[in-house]
Design a protein around this ligand. Structure first.
Ligand SMILES: Cc1cc2nc3c(=O)[nH]c(=O)nc-3n(C[C@H](O)[C@H](O)[C@H](O)COP(=O)(O)O)c2cc1C
Length: 358
């Protein structure tokens, strides 16, 4: 039952090692403000040792549409997030905010004045942006200049400061799944010839500068980074994932952040988690298709310290308790993942007393 034992993460004591994975649900209100419904959804899941919020936009050029992904680039958003953090804390939970910049995985209809999405290089991602006119293919982005890269680092720093005001317990930097920082890290999307492109030391520069800026505001023990070495989501690729991500893990170890969060499918072969564990001295979280037994085994054999669950937490607000009692799980309804409203969001049933007594 290692999964359900407490864990010391930096300066925090978590009640168990079951992490709620970051999950975009597109239910923020006008102005990209978190809503009371969102506060309720997260508070329902406060039995997780740690909740990581859905990807939260740092780019102030994001249009204030609703329903949408939430933002954290102004005081109103910080105030609205404060209610979420407060309700999670009152329910006994801990919550980090996941800070994200879409980069090329965006569309002019998602940016004020119809601006072009930005990226390390003018190479389009593969996939669609969800706009008011429906899903539309990602267009060719515009390459950021050096001054604009400094602005991006500032945007993460501003969001990190607002996250403190909101009362979060820490910050996770989203460097996974084909969004802006990942676009810099991986060779398939970064063809720059300046200090932010070419060798891995340059491709990881944005990741490390953002991490240092956020850690300067929070302290290293309240900062984590999410990476997805294998994922081709959003059209990502890298010529040498082992080399790229070993370098990133060692550099993040030098900064001394609290955790590395690796999206690596359960049973992935070859797996990077055992290698990165040698390179990184902080805690490791893995995510990707884990169930109760595979999560227990991964902790037992030392592969990881904590395991994050995505769909499991969407469908089971009381997931750790179900694990504890060995009781069946609800199945997630994928048709409501991004559907807006309470259906498929806050109405998944808790265990009832009848099931518990059986
Ligand atoms: C609806 C949905 C939304 C997601 N949103 C995010 C996100 O905002 N940020 C992120 O890093 N990963 C996101 N993911 C990936 C999950 O965090 C997780 O890595 C993935 O679901 C695999 O874990 P699972 O098999 O336990 O669901 C999302 C996944 C789903 C299903």
């Amino acid at each position: 039952m290692n999964l359900l034992t407490p864990f010391t993460l930096g300066s925090l004591t978590l009640s168990n090692r079951v992490v709620m994975a970051p999950l975009t649900r597109r239910r923020a209100g006008e102005g990209k403000l978190p809503t009371a419904l969102m506060a309720n959804y997260y508070a329902q899941r406060a039995g997780a040792g740690l909740i990581i919020s859905e990807a939260t936009e740092v780019d102030p050029r994001s249009i204030p549409d609703a329903p949408s992904r939430p933002g954290l680039f102004n005081a109103a958003q910080a105030q609205a997030w404060a209610r979420v953090a407060d309700e999670v804390h009152r329910a006994g939970g801990r919550i980090f905010v996941q800070l994200s910049h879409l980069g090329r995985a965006s569309h002019p209809l998602l940016l004020v004045k119809g601006e072009q999405p930005v990226a390390p290089s003018a190479i389009a991602g593969k996939g669609v942006a969800f706009t008011r006119e429906g899903p539309l293919p990602f267009p060719v982005p515009r390459a950021l200049d050096i001054a604009e890269i400094c602005d991006v680092i500032d945007q993460f720093a501003v969001a990190a400061l607002l996250a403190r005001e909101a009362g979060f317990d820490g910050v996770e930097i989203h460097a996974a799944n084909g969004y802006l920082i990942d676009q810099f890290i991986r060779s398939g999307s970064n063809r720059r010839t300046d200090a932010y492109g070419g060798p891995v030391e340059n491709r990881t520069r944005l990741l490390l500068e953002v991490t240092e800026a956020v850690a300067a505001l929070w302290g290293v023990d309240r900062v984590g980074v999410r990476l997805s070495p294998w994922s081709d989501f959003n059209g990502m690729s890298d010529e040498d994932p082992l080399h790229t991500f070993c370098y990133a893990a060692e550099a993040l170890d030098q900064i001394g952040i609290a955790y590395l969060h690796l999206v690596e499918p359960a049973g992935q072969t070859p797996g990077l988690s055992p290698v990165l564990r040698q390179k990184f001295g902080g805690a490791l979280i893995v995510a990707g298709g884990y169930g109760h037994e595979t999560a227990e085994a991964a902790i037992e054999d030392g592969t990881t310290d904590l395991v994050a669950f995505g769909e499991g937490f969407i469908a089971n607000p009381d997931l750790p308790e179900r694990f504890r009692l060995g009781l069946p799980l609800n199945t997630a309804d994928r048709s409501t993942f991004y559907a807006g409203g309470a259906t498929g969001y806050t109405d998944y049933p808790y265990l009832d007393a009848h099931q518990v007594l059986q």
